[in-house]
Design a protein around this ligand. Structure first.
Ligand SMILES: NC(=O)c1ccc[n+]([C@@H]2O[C@H](COP(=O)([O-])OP(=O)(O)OC[C@H]3O[C@@H](n4cnc5c(N)ncnc54)[C@H](O)[C@@H]3O)[C@@H](O)[C@H]2O)c1
Length: 391
């Protein structure tokens, strides 16, 4: 096989972006598209470069039954997006899934068990882990330049306007809070229900890559719902999780998508060790910072680390999110075609999802401390079997 026949599922903003990329990405051939919203399916059809060779489906199960599809590119935004990924693996399709991987621990396990039983490739399309500064920070940690890492932070406090919270289920069109009075057909979207802390892949994935670690315990707190900024949004403005890692570092992760913030990067990161620290920039005018105790440095130094990589191939430029979107599709292609093993495997993917899911459960249970399972096979859970607690 030298080409992956891929079906793109979920044709909202993100699915359309993936469709545009995959149609011109070497090693892929788009053979099917699917969305349960007819208007979005039609719009995507109009954007196909070779429409005659692409099947269109309104039902996901019909796409999964298509023998002309080797892999599913899953871009849905739904409570059951983890179950949909597992369903594709169970149907014999490789899966490249948008983030987050899943919204329940059962769905995390279902993906792991299905990937183990089938040997198919599952890649979580978390792209910030490919950013240039992430590799630079990981190298510094691996070389021991920071000493022992004791504390790290990641936050995604972004404000994209309020339009993702309400949409017309017929057309898929989104409406802002201000537009609601003129559009009684608008209904709350899944984002309206999804605890903001579930959206941690872009924090946990790069941080755990830098630390080469996984989370073992989590607890979390939330401001109240509805939002103080927009009472129409039944979501808290801020949720914050504290996590303990296997290597005994403490992580503070924060999310918030409803409250207005200045126009600057939505992500912010920090890593502190016993012999140094690294810090992402605070504003568009700022630069990242580094201090090493053993380098004759009286104060932090500014370092021009960026999202973009200096070694990015030409095809990566402009692919999205500081050129990082390219690496998701290149990694998936190379794994499915047997050219290179996944650097970010199914277990690491679940390491980004489970602590977030359990953070929300901790909030529901009054900031209870939750234990995070290790999804890797062990003597207690051989590969391909469900854990005893869920069997
Ligand atoms: N990696 C990133 O940087 C990034 C950026 C944006 C969004 N995302 C992720 O991408 C995904 C899609 O985001 P979006 O903004 O395009 O969402 P969206 O809500 O605009 O679109 C999702 C589409 O999936 C379709 N869908 C849902 N369930 C389906 C099913 N069972 N069968 C067929 N179609 C189904 C919906 O009809 C909808 O059109 C989300 O998981 C989101 O978290 C990731």
């Amino acid at each position: 096989m030298d080409e992956i026949r891929v079906g793109v599922v979920g044709l909202g903003g993100r699915g359309q972006h993936w469709l545009r990329m995959l149609q011109k990405f070497a090693g892929y051939r788009v053979t099917a598209i699917c969305d349960r919203q007819a208007a979005l399916l039609e719009a995507a059809k109009a954007a196909l470069t070779s429409p005659a060779s692409v099947k269109t489906y309104a039902r996901y199960e019909d796409l999964l039954a298509d023998s002309g599809v080797d892999a599913v590119a899953l871009c849905v935004r739904a409570r059951n997006q983890g179950a949909l990924a597992a369903q594709a693996l169970e149907a014999g399709k490789h899966v490249s899934s948008e983030v987050p991987a899943a919204h329940t621990l059962e769905d995390c396990w279902r993906i792991v068990v299905a990937a183990e039983r089938t040997g198919l490739v599952y890649l979580l399309g978390e792209q910030t882990r490919y950013w240039g500064f992430v590799d630079a920070w990981r190298d510094l940690v691996l070389q021991g330049r920071l000493g022992r890492v004791t504390f790290a932070e990641g936050q995604y406090i972004g404000f994209y306007g309020t339009w993702w919270y309400f949409s017309d289920p017929e057309t898929g069109r989104f409406y802002t809070v201000e537009e609601l009075k003129d559009h009684p057909e608008a209904r709350p979207t899944w984002l309206h229900e999804m605890p903001p802390i579930h959206y941690l892949p872009h924090e946990l994935s790069p941080m755990l890559k830098i630390l080469d670690d996984r989370v073992v315990e989590v607890t979390a707190m939330s401001t109240r719902a509805p939002s103080y900024s927009f009472p129409e949004i039944g979501q808290p403005d801020i949720q914050v999780a504290l996590m303990k890692t296997r290597k005994d570092a403490i992580l503070r992760l924060a999310t918030g998508y409803a409250q207005p913030v200045p126009k600057r990067g939505h992500h912010w990161y920090q890593v502190m060790g016993t012999r140094g620290c690294l810090e992402w920039k605070r504003s568009a005018r700022d630069l990242p910072k580094m201090w090493l105790a053993d380098a004759q440095m009286f104060d932090v130094a500014e370092v021009d680390w960026r999202f973009e990589r200096l070694d990015a191939p030409a095809e990566a430029r402009g692919s999205g999110h500081g050129d990082a979107d390219y690496y998701v599709h290149a990694s998936f292609r190379d794994a499915v075609l047997g050219r290179q093993r996944l650097e970010f495997d199914v277990y690491q993917a679940m390491d980004t999802a489970a602590p977030a899911i359990l953070a929300a459960e901790s909030i529901d249970q009054g900031t209870k401390l939750m234990k995070v399972p290790d999804f890797r096979p062990s003597a207690l859970r051989p590969a391909g079997q469900w854990p005893a607690s869920l069997a």
